[in-house]
Design a protein around this ligand. Structure first.
Ligand SMILES: Cc1ncc(COP(=O)(O)O)c(C=O)c1O
Length: 393
């Protein structure tokens, strides 16, 4: 075989693919591993959404290609959702683009804007696709520090002008994966003003905007003044409506960016299966807020059960107001060792903080996407394991 492309040398194998293989190997030996590593909702989508998929799939006319920009009715439903949820007005023709899951759009945005040597600003604890997309495009990454002391909020005003003026693209994500941090509108306003000043494309990745606790309501970057001059937001059905496997999302915001992203996408994919769009419309238009609130109550209960247990298993964490995760700080500061030990000795899988960047080494990420009964078994195993843990790596 010929050599593979050199650009892959900068691209590690996706962490979750590696851990999934390890878990599968353990399961093949008959070991019951409990996975608290994956950020995938365990509960089903609203029934009306499944019915809409099925009804649409039974139509004879829904099986052809459905267009590079999806169907107009879907784009209009996204615009209605932004108006209702955030008071943000979007032009469905120019400011909304359906995605095959937001991950696809995140990586394609880097391909659309970064040439070799172009700079992307990426939080040093973040969802890996921001930096991987930049590397795949041949771009450079400048890491923005995130720390517990500042609530894991980025401080853009401390970025040197020389870096800011070179940067083309910047990523923000609140409610945050993996830290669970949240950001208020004044944060978004600061970042929008700063991005406009330095001519940076601001990408807000917002899949957890409707996964929040204790009555907290998260914002969209597009609520900030002049946001559409510089910003685009990624929305996802995966976490809001428990539809991770459906691969449905959208990019919304600056019309030029939407057009440029479409230029990449229309050369790469041919849009979604029409019934998925039809079901997405029902999810956006017909899911009562009470459905989302009830689902969030389930996560909140799990969050609190885990937080109660942390002092007994060598972890500390702040109480997250949003996202699907608890970001546990490991007592001896070695997140990788902790994850290896819990997997080998207690058969409980976590994601090591180091998978999210160099700032994450002391942490592990615990997912709330696990059934209550499995979670209880996992917590009991961890409580039994911790006082008797064997010191291996
Ligand atoms: C921060 C963040 N962005 C994007 C995604 C990708 O979501 P999607 O399923 O829409 O591709 C995830 C998935 O876990 C995520 O945590």
């Amino acid at each position: 075989m010929p050599d593979r492309a050199a650009r892959l040398n900068n691209l590690p194998v996706y962490f979750f693919a590696v851990i999934a293989q390890r878990i599968q190997a353990m399961q093949a030996q008959g070991i019951d591993v409990i996975s608290l590593d994956i950020g995938s909702p365990d509960l089903p989508p609203p029934l009306a959404v499944i019915d809409a998929l099925s009804n649409s799939a039974h139509e004879a006319t829904t099986h052809g290609y459905s267009g590079y920009r999806g169907i107009p009715a879907f784009r209009e439903a996204v615009a209605r959702y932004y108006k209702k949820r955030f008071e943000v007005v979007l032009n469905p023709e120019k400011e909304v683009l359906p995605l095959l899951g937001s991950k696809e759009g995140i990586v394609n945005l880097s391909l659309a804007y970064l040439d070799r040597g172009d700079l992307a600003l990426v939080p040093d604890i973040s969802y890996p696709s921001y930096s991987m997309g930049a590397r795949l495009a041949g771009g450079d990454v400048h890491w923005l520090p995130m720390s517990r002391e500042t609530g894991f909020l980025l401080d853009v005003l401390s970025v040197p002008d020389a870096i800011a003026d070179r940067a083309k693209l910047m990523w923000v994500n609140y409610p945050n994966n993996p830290t669970g941090a949240t950001a208020e509108l004044d944060f978004y306003q600061t970042v929008v003003d700063w991005s406009n000043k330095h001519d940076i494309l601001l990408a807000s990745d917002n899949p957890y905007v409707d996964v929040t606790y204790d009555g907290y309501k998260a914002s969209s970057v597009l609520e900030a003044k002049n946001a559409k001059n510089c910003a685009i937001e990624f929305m996802s059905f995966s976490k809001t409506f428990n539809m991770g496997g459906w691969r449905l999302g959208a990019a919304v915001g600056n019309a030029d960016v939407i057009k440029t992203l479409l230029q990449v996408k229309s050369n790469v994919d041919s849009g979604h299966f029409r019934p998925i769009y039809d079901a997405g419309i029902v999810a956006l238009d017909s899911t009562p807020r009470s459905w989302i609130d009830e689902r969030n109550t389930v996560y909140q209960r799990r969050r609190d059960r885990i937080l109660e247990t942390l002092p007994y298993i060598g972890l500390q964490a702040q109480k997250p107001k949003g996202s699907l995760y608890i970001w546990g700080c490991v007592e001896d500061g070695d997140g990788d060792k902790y994850v290896n030990q819990t997997l080998d000795q207690a058969h409980v899988a976590f994601a090591p903080g180091s998978a999210y960047g160099s700032g994450g080494g002391k942490y592990i990420r615990i997912s709330l996407g696990i059934s209550d009964d499995r979670l209880e078994i996992a917590l009991q195993r961890l409580r039994d394991w911790y006082p008797n843990r064997k010191d291996s790596n």
